[in-house]
Ligand binder design. Structure first.
Ligand code: UDP
Length: 236
């Protein structure tokens, strides 16, 4: 049995609790959804259940393929047990196809296929709205060492390859996604979540968006999109 202890932190989409083991935390996935730095708020019915399921599934798949993750096991439909990490305040975004902020920044149409994957870094700060940073900012601010960032980049490219290989036969194009890493006894480990909140998934044939952009852009069919990703990924 894992006891749900003191609430450590409540974020926009997840709540973190302590457990009886100081090395483990309990993550509870919420239905609450935000976009545009919290300016748009709403509820996506069932999202917490879907994102818990998908994150657990992807973490297990990545673990089987040699990626260290914080995932321990699923506890209930909305809860998972994870290793406690010392979070590195750098968000890593990997892009295969132009969408979202990259389309705006470079003036390229969404859907433009990139000749090779593009990796970006953002400073994890809600107050500042996660500004984009580069390796020099990361070093100067002592957010992570050069060796840690080399390992993070290596893992991010490998995760991209693994996720694309898994999703492509399921007719899902992985457009882009965001990862967060932390330290666990000095080792770099993947944390956070992998879900339609943090990835862009497009249907391979129709190009239909099956991710949080349906909420961000009021496209309708939000719950159905999350459910469809669960169906294709887990086969249920
Ligand atoms: N993303 C995220 N959290 C953030 C910002 C981005 O999970 O705070 C994900 C987003 O879902 C997308 C990718 O990172 O899959 C790239 O997002 P982008 O920079 O295009 O920003 P957006 O258009 O979402 O503002």
């Amino acid at each position: 049995m894992t006891e749900k202890g003191k609430k450590l932190y409540e974020g926009k989409a997840k709540i973190l609790y302590e457990t009886e083991d100081p090395n483990w935390l309990l993550v509870e996935f919420k239905d609450a959804a935000t976009a545009f730095d919290g300016k748009k708020r709403g509820i996506i019915e069932g999202k917490g259940v879907h994102n818990n399921r998908l994150s657990a599934f992807f973490f297990a798949y990545l673990t089987r393929n040699g990626i260290p993750t914080h995932y321990v096991r699923q506890l209930s439909d909305r809860e998972m047990l994870v290793r406690r990490l010392e979070i590195i305040k750098v968000e890593v975004v990997m892009r295969n196809v132009v969408a979202g902020s990259l389309a705006k920044r470079l003036g390229l149409p969404e859907g433009t296929v990139l000749d090779e994957p593009v990796l970006e870094h953002y400073y994890k700060s809600d107050e500042l709205g996660d500004p984009m940073i580069n390796q020099y900012h990361i070093r100067a601010l002592r957010l992570a060492t050069e060796e840690e960032m080399t390992e993070i980049s290596r893992l991010a490219f490998r995760i991209n390859d693994l996720l694309r290989a898994f999703l492509s036969p399921r007719n899902l194009d992985l457009i882009d996604f965001k990862l967060e890493f932390g330290r666990d006894e000095g080792k770099i480990v993947l944390g956070d979540e992998i879900s339609p909140d943090t990835c862009r998934f497009w249907d391979t044939k129709s190009g239909e968006r099956l991710d949080k952009d349906r909420f961000r852009r009021d496209l309708g069919g939000v719950e159905e999109a999350y459910q469809e990703v669960v169906r294709r990924v887990t086969g249920t």
